[in-house]
Design a protein around this ligand. Structure first.
Ligand code: GLA
Length: 425
């Protein structure tokens, strides 16, 4: 049999063959030069050119239009969680006024997990949760509350329980079957994993589960989630773990004022559906002074932070209750405009903070970080108001109208304490 080239030469002749080969070469070169991205643009009129988290087609899940409120087991109970602790907490929230004040989510943090079953589905620790997670969720829902759970983007949680890596869709499905309304998703044992990829994957898995599940990202701020996660999560931790101390670093944990200073400059990134999370409340934990707990709660409220209590609700003191249930302060946190308040003046230990409210008013904190009482003045200029404006002031801790003020408002503020007011026309 004649070789192919001779057959071709016979059919199309020498000149034709050369033309044919040249055409082949040209086609190969041209195809090789088309990058996959360009090829995709040809096929896809709306190509994703950034990361999935920043896809312009991406929608937020619509949850957490105001900062979420609730309770989480970690700050008080750490790994010592069980069915009774969670049920007692749900009973307390439903009956002590917290539910009426807006606290809604009851969240089990780390250490509820058992092993994965033969099909890879996560199970609860049977000794701690003998009736299973579904029964617990039903119990909480029957109280008119919502139920949250915890996992981790790595192979293991920070407490060494099974993490969700490689099981994201399966875990989201399991949570939806149990009736989970809130997932806190941690960042231990993640190795070289990319945070944007890992959180977007779980965000997508939660949406695919078919149940609205609020997504709380706990990545400690390492990958600057405020830059990319507005449509991925509903809140993201901005710092390492909180501890019930006034200031400073304590091992991996941070005191309250130290966290405030990390979280404050991030105010432009917060808004309805996506909040900076300076970690859960320590009100009623540890041995801070009443003034320090007041400062903590006032600043978290003004910073539009999630208000997730972290103390033992079944045994809390009247003093702790009065702080957590201060409806005037909670109303500032839950204001519909969803602006994160921030510092507008500072001189040494004395500061003025302001949060614009939906009705054009302001919530204002005079904060004394020092150890001696001091006078602090909020000037209307600091708040973006003309000095001639007359405004009605209300003291949010004394629950008292202070009458009309013009130009400024001054008060003496105790050591480590706040004065918190609203100003309205
Ligand atoms: C990390 C988180 C904490 C808590 C623990 C649980 O430290 O930042 O909030 O969830 O893990 O192990």
């Amino acid at each position: 049999m004649a070789p192919i080239s001779r057959v071709v030469r016979i059919v199309i002749g020498r000149a034709g063959l050369q033309l044919y080969l040249a055409a082949l070469l040209f086609t190969a070169l041209t195809l090789g030069a088309v990058s996959p991205a360009i090829a995709q643009e040809v096929l896809d009129p709306n190509p994703v050119v950034g990361s999935p988290a920043q896809d312009p087609q991406r929608n937020s899940n619509g949850l957490a239009q105001t900062p979420p409120m609730g309770w989480n087991s970690w700050n008080k109970f750490a790994c010592n969680v069980n069915e009774k602790v969670i049920r007692d907490t749900a009973d307390a929230i439903a009956s002590n006024g917290m539910k009426d004040a807006g606290y809604q989510y009851v969240v089990i943090d780390d250490c509820w997990h058992g092993q994965r079953d033969a099909d890879g589905f996560i199970t609860a620790d049977k000794a701690r949760f003998p009736n299973g997670i579904k029964a617990l969720a039903d119990y909480i829902h029957a109280k008119g509350l919502k139920f949250g759970i915890y996992s981790d983007a790595g192979a293991k949680t920070c407490g060494g329980r099974p993490g969700s890596q490689g099981h994201e869709y399966q875990d989201a499905l399991q949570y939806a079957r149990w009736g989970v309304d809130y997932l806190k998703y941690d960042w231990c044992s993640t190795g070289t994993r990319n945070a944007e990829e890992a959180y977007t994957l779980m965000s997508d898995a939660l949406r695919a589960s078919g149940r609205p599940i609020l997504f709380s990202m706990c990545e400690w701020g390492n990958a600057k989630p405020w830059l990319w996660a507005a449509k991925v999560g509903n809140l993201w931790r901005t710092t390492g773990d909180i501890t019930a101390r006034w200031e400073g670093k304590h091992g991996y944990s941070l005191g309250i004022t130290t966290i405030v200073d990390f979280n404050e400059p991030l105010w432009p990134y917060a808004g309805p559906g996506h909040w900076n999370d300076p970690d859960m409340l320590e009100v009623g934990n540890g041995d801070l002074t009443p003034a320090e707990y007041r400062s903590h709660f006032a600043l978290w409220s003004l910073m539009a932070a999630p208000l997730i209590a972290g103390n033992d609700l079944a045994t809390m003191s009247q003093q702790t209750r009065d702080i957590l249930l201060n409806r005037d302060v909670i109303a500032v946190n839950q204001d519909a405009a969803g602006v994160q308040g921030h510092r507008v003046w500072k001189q040494g230990d004395l500061e003025v903070w302001s949060k614009p409210l939906a009705d054009g008013g302001r919530a204002v904190i005079l904060w004394n970080r020092g150890t001696q009482p001091a006078s602090i003045t909020a000037d209307w200029g600091m708040l973006g108001y003309p000095r001639s404006l007359k405004l009605n002031a209300r003291d949010l801790w004394a629950h008292k109208e202070l009458g009309q003020k013009a130009g400024s408002y001054a008060a003496t503020v105790g050591a480590h304490d706040v004065v918190m007011i609203t100003l309205r026309s």
